[in-house]
Design a protein around this ligand. Structure first.
Ligand code: ATP
Length: 304
């Protein structure tokens, strides 16, 4: 597996406070990686560190396999675009002028792609309008366009839908999906809007107290969140035989518990188990959403 980012035991301290506390994570190439955590968990700090805006105090990170201490890291970082905290745009310039400026900063000789880039982010009709008169969503999309100027393979977005109205959220979502699917750009998004992330992310990293508590693919998460019937029985051996006969998908959780997926004919199942001397103790529907998965992972209703 190729990774755009590998962080290994990263530490970053502000005074005595450990904002990053041995954080390890891996963003696979091609992923939309949802970086999830409560306020103050350390998300922005990690993004600032990997963008080279701050130095880690311990551990290391690799961008496209190149270590942060390597002399080549500056070259490699050009394959990365980022919008961290507020978008870096000039309020007194139009969208096109902002992009021209960024091309100039990056030393890009041709301005050819600017029209295409404006179109991609849905800002090609903004003409002489200055960025200060843009809506929050337009400013966010311009920030993304600026981050895309160097044609990066890896895009880092810090809370990209924060404060946006529903329309603005949809536009950013569609843009991110297009960048990922049509342009092959790997995206790392920090967010605490779980519902929004669940429409995009192919992978998740859950951060708490400056460390990753769980890294999981969307596929694994969906399997963990699928609707199922959880059954406690006196004999899982009999249960397996009966479920195999019924061609039912299931997972044995312990020597008395199992999750059964898909449509289940419960009365048929219970009588088949009874016929083989297997007793069913409790039975309940189990449906875990991303939100409840997250709350369980973080240890329940703690609020900072
Ligand atoms: P949010 O979702 O609120 O943006 P976050 O997960 O991005 O949170 P960070 O901004 O990385 O969190 O901050 C992590 C912790 O480090 C917070 O407790 C914050 O107060 C602290 N912190 C961040 N920057 C500094 C700094 N420059 N000096 C001192 N403490 C800082």
């Amino acid at each position: 597996m190729e990774y755009c980012l590998e962080a290994k035991s990263l530490c970053k301290q502000y005074g005595h406070f450990k904002a990053l506390n041995g954080l390890s994570m891996r963003v696979p190439r091609g992923a939309i990686y949802g970086f999830v955590g409560r306020n103050g968990a350390g998300k922005t700090t990690l993004l600032r560190v990997i963008c080279g805006l701050q130095k880690p105090d311990g551990g290391e990170y690799l961008l496209f396999g190149t270590k942060n201490e390597s002399a080549d890291i500056y070259k490699v970082r050009r394959r990365m675009g980022a919008v961290v905290e507020t978008p870096s745009i000039y309020a007194e310039m139009t969208a096109e002028e902002n992009l021209r400026m960024q091309y100039h900063v990056l030393g890009l000789p041709s301005l050819e792609n600017i029209g295409e880039l404006l179109q991609l982010v849905g800002l090609s009709n903004t003409g002489r309008k200055k960025a200060r008169n843009f809506s929050l969503g337009m400013r966010q999309r311009l920030g993304i366009a600026v981050a895309l100027c160097g044609n990066p393979d890896f895009l880092v977005l810090d809370e990209p839908v924060n404060g946006l109205d529903p329309q603005g959220i949809v536009e950013i979502r569609e843009l991110i999906l297009r960048l990922n699917r049509e342009h092959g750009i790997t995206v790392l998004i920090s967010s605490h809007i779980l519902d929004e992330l669940s429409r995009l992310a192919t992978h998740y990293g859950f951060i708490d107290g400056g460390t990753i508590v769980k890294e999981i693919s969307a596929e694994e998460l969906n399997a963990a969140c699928r609707k199922c019937v959880r059954l406690t029985v006196s004999d899982t051996g009999v249960l397996c035989r009966v479920l195999d006969r019924m061609e039912q998908e299931y997972q044995i959780l312990s020597d008395s518990e199992a999750d059964i997926y898909g449509e289940t004919n419960i009365s048929q199942l219970i009588s088949a188990l009874g016929a083989e001397g297997c007793e069913v103790i409790p039975l309940h529907e189990h449906d875990e959403s991303l939100e409840s998965y997250y709350i369980n992972l973080m240890g329940g209703g703690r609020h900072d």
